[in-house]
Design a protein around this ligand. Structure first.
Ligand code: GLP
Length: 244
């Protein structure tokens, strides 16, 4: 397995982190025709979305042709549930920026057959992809999207059972563990590996250890994000706090 060194962009504050991420992402978006883009939820990208809206919110000709592709999603929540990642991203970026609803490719949380729904997503990407820019966050346990430790590097979009620590981390957003579904969809590592560009966002001292393992530890299923080092086109944007 070939190994590559991701490009690392180190920033020295939360503000600079959001700023650089917005600049880099925007520079790529404007170059592309109908770019297929994934965007993460979580607290890491909150500043990025704010800066994008402040700085480029009026560029509707760009936003209208973006195709947003879901990275992951909870299973079993109704369409209007505010916990759905598609609704989170609608609030934070897609609605205010004006990404058309028809250009949002999402998982149906209430699908009768979630496994089939995940397969349909993989088929859609095979036909309409590849992903142009995969913007990713880093889970505290090394997950990317919801590819939890132990998952195969060869994995496609699928249904997964969330790791206890992931449910715990997500509980903070929804007021308790009982509000976090146990199952979710995720794009697979193989799906993400085909992306033309990958942008991994990492901020905060609580991510320093796992980022170090991602970049310098063994490439292993124990840290799914370490698999990014088998891809030639990865940029990591981090802040000082995330440096070990
Ligand atoms: C969540 C999401 C990921 C996200 C990660 C980190 O569980 N499924 O897409 O990147 O965890 O979240 P945070 O930025 O809040 O640390």
């Amino acid at each position: 397995m070939a190994e590559y060194k991701p490009v690392i962009i180190q920033t020295n504050s939360e503000t600079e982190f959001a700023d650089k991420a917005a600049q880099l992402l925007w520079e790529q978006l404007v170059e592309l025709d109908e770019p297929l883009v994934t965007l993460p939820t979580g607290s890491t990208p909150a500043g990025l979305y704010q800066v994008l809206l402040e700085r480029y919110g009026d560029q509707s000709n760009i936003w209208e042709q973006i195709r947003y592709l879901a990275l992951d999603e909870y299973i079993g929540l109704p369409e209007d549930d505010r916990r759905l990642f598609q609704n989170w991203l609608a609030r934070d970026i897609l609605d205010p920026a004006g990404v058309p609803a028809r250009r949002r490719i999402t998982f149906n949380s209430m699908a009768d057959n979630p496994a089939q729904e995940a397969d349909a997503m993989e088929d859609w990407i095979a036909e309409n992809g590849p992903i142009d820019i995969a913007v990713l966050g880093l889970g505290g346990n090394g997950h990317i999207a919801f590819n939890e430790p132990g998952c195969s590097f060869d994995s496609a979009a699928r249904v997964i059972t969330l790791a206890p620590e992931t449910r715990q981390a997500n509980a903070a957003y929804w007021g308790g563990l009982e509000h976090v579904p146990e199952q979710a969809y995720t794009l697979g590592l193989k799906t993400l590996a085909r992306a033309k560009q990958i942008l991994l966002l990492v901020s905060g001292a609580h991510k320093a250890d796992i980022l170090d393992r991602t970049l310098n530890g063994p490439i292993s299923q124990d840290v799914p994000a370490s698999f990014l080092r088998t891809m030639p086109n990865v940029t990591v944007i981090m802040d000082d706090a995330a440096k070990k």
